[in-house]
Ligand binder design. Sequence first.
Ligand code: NAD
Length: 275
Amino acid sequence: MVRQLEADILATPSKGVALVTGAAQGMGKDIALRLASDGYDVAINDLPNKLELLKEVQSQIEATGKKSTILTADISIESKVKEMVESTVSQLGSLEVMVSNAGICTTKSMLEVDAEEWDRFFAINTRGTFLCYKYAAIQMIHQGRGGRIIGASSIASKRGWEMGSAYSGSKFAVRGLTQSAASELGRYGITVNTYAPGFIDTPMLADAANSVASGADRAVADKAWAGMAPLNRIGQTADVAGLVSFLASSESSFITGQSVSVVYSRRSPLRVIFS
Ligand code: NAD
């Protein structure tokens, strides 16, 4: 019985190919696994220092009977993103879904952010997303079958955060980029949307939380952050992966140019902690 089930899974035809950036951990990892269980072969990207984690994700994808390839690259570098998309196609055959998930975050007063740090946020969060959209779109137009381009914005892309100027600024820009790209690419049957998560339990959130609070204060901060969400909990990666699965599916074919909030935020997050 189990053998038959395994054989059925292995025999299921692929829905196409998805490429997920920042897939070694956090949301990117769960999105990659969800798309594999939805039936996609999945190319997974992250920085070279995350290779071991990527190998674990690849094994988990292959255990579902889908193909996977690892493409280490810094998504802020144009030549690397072009190469990453080309390698996805040469190794897995095509590109139907691009998930530009990789990003960085900080919690720091605007008065302490220097120009170099500001530029780093825009290089990774904004330019990196632009490059992923651009090279995915070129490939999808070439294939002539439409496609799905999905980016990571944030609730911080809808309301500027205290202690988050560089992050909020870079994510607001992702929303603008997404609307423009959706307007341009609709004629090719390509939709472009972002997921805009609130607080989701990932290594990024742990780092951000540790930078503003430690020890007993950290527990208070976690409780306060959970309390920002109407459902009174911190989100899980599966909450986001489910949305991405929908945005990648045929059911979402008329939805484009949107940044879909995963949760409504009652107040500016750091005000919750500091007030
Ligand atoms: P994470 O830090 O846990 O994972 C992000 C991954 O991106 C890491 O593995 C990292 O190595 C990779 N990455 C960073 N820079 C890269 C680069 N230049 N090239 C390639 N890979 C790179 O983060 P996460 O919480 O899973 O966040 C995923 C996305 O969701 C990010 O864009 C983040 O800004 C956004 N987001 C997160 C939250 C949250 O609460 N966790 C909320 C809103 C939005």
